[in-house]
Design a binder for this molecule. Structure first.
Ligand code: PMV
Length: 320
C-alpha cells in the first residue's frame, strides 16, 4: 500500500497558457517542452484504510497549501471511496517559484498513487490524470523533447526526440526562490478573461508548434531559438495585458535575458525562456554550456545557477 516515484520537471519552449475547459483542466492549445535531469521530485504515497484525512509533507514539513490539489488528484485517480493517503514529497529545488515544480510533483504523485492503490494504467492515462491536476505535468512522463497535443477532447503526449537524439543543456538563472504571488492556474484564467491578446495567442499556437517540431526534426538550433523566444515573449505579453496584470519578472530576470541575447550576438548557441516566475532558463548546445553558466552566474541579481541536461520520464522507484 506504499509506493514511491520520481519525476523531473519540464520547461516549455512552446508554452501552455490558457485552458479550453477549466473544470477538466484541458489546455487551450498544444505545447512543446524539455524534460530536465538534474532537478527531481520524489513522491511517496501510503494509503491507510484507518486514516481519517489525507496528509502532505513537503521536504519534511506539513504543507496544507498544496494538500487540496493533491487530494483532488487522488480522488480522480483512485475514486472517491479510496483510503486516505499519507503523501511525502521531496524536491531538490525551490517549489512554486517558477521552476516547474508542479510538473514533477503531479507526475510523480500519479505514478506512486496508481501503484499504491493497485490501480495500474498505461502511461497516456497516467499523463492525463496528472495533466488534470497541472497541465504541464502530463509532459513529465516522457524523456527528452516532448510534444503535447490538445486537438480533441483529450490530450495526447509523446517524446519527439530522446535524450541522445539532441543532448541540449538548460542553464537556469535563479533570481528569487520565494513562492510566486499568483499561481499559474489562476493567472491563466485571468488572462483568458481579460487580455485583449489572448485569442490571437491561442490561435497562433499551432503555427509555433509546427515550427518548433520542424526545428527539432532538423536539429536546427537557430530556428528553435527564434520560435521559443518569440513564444515566450508572446505568453508574457498576454500576462502583462491581463487585468490586473500578471508580471513575474524582476530586474535580474531582465538582466539575465540581456546576458543571453549578448552571448548569442557574440556567436554562442543559446536562447532564453521564462515561465510563470522570475527565473530565466537558457537553452544551449553542450559546447556553450560553460560560457553560458559563467556569464549568468556573473549577471546582476542572479543568486544561483543550475545546469541540467535532458532527462527521463516519471517512473516508480524500486524501494517504496
Ligand atoms: O502546469 P501549470 O498549471 O503549472 O502551468 C504551466 C505554465 C507555464 O509553465 C508558464 C507554461 C508551460 O507550458 O509549462
Amino acid at each position: 500500500m506504499r509506493a514511491q516515484a520520481v519525476a523531473q520537471p519540464n520547461i516549455a519552449l512552446v508554452k501552455y497558457w490558457g485552458k479550453r475547459d477549466a473544470e477538466r483542466n484541458l489546455p487551450a492549445a498544444g505545447s512543446l517542452s524539455l524534460t530536465l535531469d538534474t532537478l527531481w521530485t520524489k513522491m511517496a504515497v501510503e494509503l491507510e484504510e484507518t486514516a481519517e484525512a489525507d496528509t502532505l509533507t513537503v521536504n519534511g514539513a506539513g504543507n496544507d497549501k498544496m494538500l487540496g490539489r493533491v487530494s483532488t488528484c487522488l480522488d480522480h485517480l483512485l475514486g472517491p471511496g479510496r483510503a486516505k493517503a499519507a503523501v511525502e514529497s521531496e524536491s531538490n529545488f525551490p517549489i512554486a517559484a517558477g521552476l516547474a515544480s508542479s510538473s514533477s510533483a503531479f507526475a510523480a504523485l500519479v505514478v506512486a498513487a496508481s501503484k499504491a492503490g493497485e490501480s495500474p494504467a498505461d502511461t497516456l492515462s497516467l499523463a492525463r490524470w496528472a495533466g488534470a491536476a497541472s497541465g504541464s505535468a502530463a509532459r513529465s512522463f516522457h524523456e527528452g523533447i516532448v510534444e503535447l497535443h490538445a486537438d480533441d477532447d483529450e490530450i495526447d503526449v509523446r517524446s519527439i526526440a530522446s535524450v541522445e537524439d539532441w543532448p541540449l543543456r538548460v542553464v537556469i538563472a535563479v533570481t528569487e526562490s520565494a513562492p510566486k504571488a499568483v499561481g499559474s492556474g489562476e493567472a491563466m484564467i485571468r488572462s483568458a478573461a481579460t487580455s485583449p491578446f489572448y485569442r490571437s495567442w491561442v490561435e497562433r499556437q499551432d503555427e509555433d508548434l509546427s515550427m518548433a517540431r520542424e526545428a527539432v526534426r532538423d536539429r536546427d538550433f537557430e530556428k528553435l531559438a527564434a520560435v521559443s523566444e518569440h513564444n515566450c515573449l508572446k505568453m508574457h505579453s498576454v500576462m502583462w495585458t491581463s487585468r490586473p496584470p500578471v508580471v513575474y519578472w524582476n530586474e535580474a530576470t531582465l538582466n539575465s535575458m540581456e546576458t543571453v541575447v549578448q552571448l548569442r550576438r557574440a556567436g554562442a548557441p543559446v536562447f532564453f525562456t521564462v515561465d510563470a516566475g522570475p527565473q530565466v532558463k537558457a537553452v544551449c548546445l553542450p559546447s556553450a554550456c560553460d560560457t553560458v553558466s559563467a556569464a549568468l552566474a556573473a549577471t546582476g541579481g542572479v543568486t544561483k545557477v543550475i545546469v541540467s541536461g535532458l532527462g527521463r520520464g516519471a517512473r516508480l522507484l524500486e524501494r517504496g
